[in-house]
Design a protein. Structure first.
Length: 254
């Protein structure tokens, strides 16, 4: 299926790299915007496979790299959860101006928490879906347990995340403490789908339960059974994409 390379201005002036998957031979049913997981990129295998599964069901899907990651400009050390939310809003605003406003937001892991916060600023959104999302963005601090004292004392530290070095500043930790997940979820204007595996060893299934309890109807939960956190197996990511397309179709009618 056709894939277009795009670049758009992020919230803080950096050019952000994106890919747009479009259905072959027909106009899109609707547009979706995908937010990748913490320190991942738009080219993570699961992100690509979920996007393409949605595309095969008629959706156009924009996936992009947050500031300082992948092919996007900027310094990761200067980013935080709030800047990711701002980048998402910038992506949706770009889509509104150049393509069509996103009807569906999809977020994987911390990207799931980010889409829940960004929805209020994107009026075209009718539905939101999270995959393996934490019920509190501060969940990512678990990955920095051995570095937090140094970050607090020195103002920054180089942290190993997924086997790669990232510079993390004190402002990143402080910003996470300011996030308001309950406010974001309770005020969600559209439908919510929570996808989570009970065997997720990175973000436990209890996070899905808390998100579900916070949310108002219409809300849905679907178990991803024995999938891992990154949906590494193709069958799991393709299943998630097809399920997303079927679920969201009822909220796009009329």
């Amino acid at each position: 299926m056709p894939t277009r390379r795009l670049v758009f201005p992020g919230a803080h002036g950096h050019d952000l790299a994106a890919r747009l998957e479009v259905p072959e031979g027909s106009d899109p049913t609707a547009f979706a915007l995908f937010a990748h997981c913490f320190t991942c990129t738009k080219n993570l295998r699961a992100v690509v496979q979920v996007s393409r599964a949605l595309c095969k069901e008629g959706f156009a899907v924009l996936r992009f790299d947050f500031t300082g990651l992948g092919e996007s400009e900027g310094d990761f050390a200067d980013t935080n959860f709030s800047s990711n939310v701002s980048d998402l809003v910038a992506a949706g605003t770009f889509m509104e101006a150049e393509l069509e406003g996103p009807s569906l937001l999809v977020g994987h892991s911390l990207g799931g928490a980010a889409v829940l916060h960004a929805t209020r600023s994107l009026p075209s959104v009718r539905a939101v879906a999270t995959i393996g999302a934490p019920s509190d963005p501060a969940h990512v601090l678990r990955h920095m347990e051995g570095y937090r004292e140094e970050i607090e004392r020195a103002g920054a530290a180089t942290v190993s995340l997924g086997g790669r070095p990232f510079k993390v500043k004190r402002q990143f930790l402080e910003d996470l403490k300011e996030s308001r997940m309950k406010w974001a979820v309770e005020g969600l204007g559209g439908a919510l789908l929570i996808l989570h595996s009970p065997k997720d060893a990175i973000v436990g299934i209890e996070n899905a339960a808390r998100l579900y309890q916070m949310a108002r109807h219409p809300k849905s939960f679907v178990s991803l059974d024995d999938a891992d956190h990154l949906l590494a197996r193709e069958r799991d990511s393709v299943y998630a994409g097809r399920l997303l397309a079927a679920w969201v179709s009822r909220y796009l009618e009329g």
